[in-house]
Design a protein around this ligand. Structure first.
Ligand code: ASP
Length: 305
């Protein structure tokens, strides 16, 4: 292992009542993502590269609401959001509402590396990604039959009601600490099922669904995006760590705040530059995987002691 720090990688694959028949796919998915990210850290690579590698694996995995296989908008399209943030420099790259990019986290990385801006959306983001070597695809290539059926069902049930509350949250996220002692965070999502076209959720917004600062923590959230956004939840949790709270306590407090202040639901992962991590959710299950010098864990954690 290169240099002085002992790397840590923590990934999640959404927080909701993951049914038993989907549990294995979720645990396998986060395990594979962990392996890909760890490969980068193991050879002395950066935390930014590690979280990107982990997210790409989950975007390519149809079990999750990211990349191909994501939830559909109310008009049956895939619209993706992603953010990547470097905790050492506070450089960040985000994309929102992209429809023709298989791996939006790669586009977010290009924004971080190659753009003077932090956030690009829709066609402009796609054009930028293409100009920087990322091939575009047709939106239909990202749509799968399972999601067409799921949209049909939810639209029948939700007829006449506003598309504001959905209980399934398969967004993916990763936080890493590399051997140079630098943290990074990334989050990628297809958003919420039956969302209004053009809706942007918390996942790709700095400080809401993702945040990283070496002075506080790297954070990724999942869950019902609107309450998470209103509370700027990832930054709120990172601030608690900066004030001296342990990441585990900050994670718990953030989810408690989400629930008590706005009746929100979801999950959060945190990692600080000392390698201390935290995870909390108020949903029945959360898919996650963790690797450090102390070992490797993966599972669908239930809340409570
Ligand atoms: N937070 C995401 C959003 O609202 C959804 C999720 O976590 O699955 O777009």
């Amino acid at each position: 292992m290169a240099e002085g720090h002992s790397p840590v990688l923590l990934v999640h694959g959404g927080a909701w009542a993951i049914p038993d028949d989907m549990a294995e796919a979720h645990v396998n998915g986060v395990r594979l993502a962990l392996a890909a990210g760890w490969k980068v850290l193991e050879r002395g690579g950066s935390s930014v590269d590690a979280v990107e590698a982990a997210i790409v694996v989950m975007e390519d995995d149809e079990a999750f609401d990211a990349g191909r296989g994501s939830f559909l908008t109310s008009d049956g399209r895939v619209q993706l959001d992603a953010l990547l943030m470097d905790g050492a420099t506070l450089r960040a790259g985000g994309v929102g509402c992209v429809e023709r990019i298989r791996n939006p986290i790669r586009a977010a990385r290009l924004v971080l590396d190659e753009s003077p801006h932090v956030y690009l959306v829709a066609e402009g983001a796609e054009r930028f990604a293409q100009e920087h070597g990322l091939p575009l695809c047709a939106n239909e290539e990202l749509v799968i039959e399972r999601e067409v059926e799921r949209l049909r069902e939810v639209r029948e049930q939700a007829a006449g009601r506003p598309p504001e509350f959905f209980a399934e949250h398969d967004t993916v996220g990763a936080v890493a600490l590399d051997s140079r002692g630098k943290v990074a965070a990334a989050t990628s999502t297809g958003g919420t099922l039956n969302k209004t076209p053009g809706r942007v959720g918390d996942s790709s917004l700095i400080g809401c669904g993702c945040y990283a600062d070496n002075e506080s923590a790297a954070v990724s959230t999942t869950g019902w995006g609107e309450p998470i956004m209103k509370l700027v939840l990832a930054k709120w949790a990172a601030d608690r760590v900066q004030e001296g709270m342990a990441p585990e306590a900050a994670a718990g407090m953030a989810i408690e705040r989400l629930e008590t202040r706005l009746a929100g639901h979801g999950g959060i992962i945190l990692l600080d530059a000392r390698g201390r991590h935290g995870l909390a959710h108020n949903t029945p299950r959360m898919a996650w995987a963790l690797k450090s010098a102390h070992g490797e864990w993966a599972g669908i954690k239930r809340p409570g002691p």
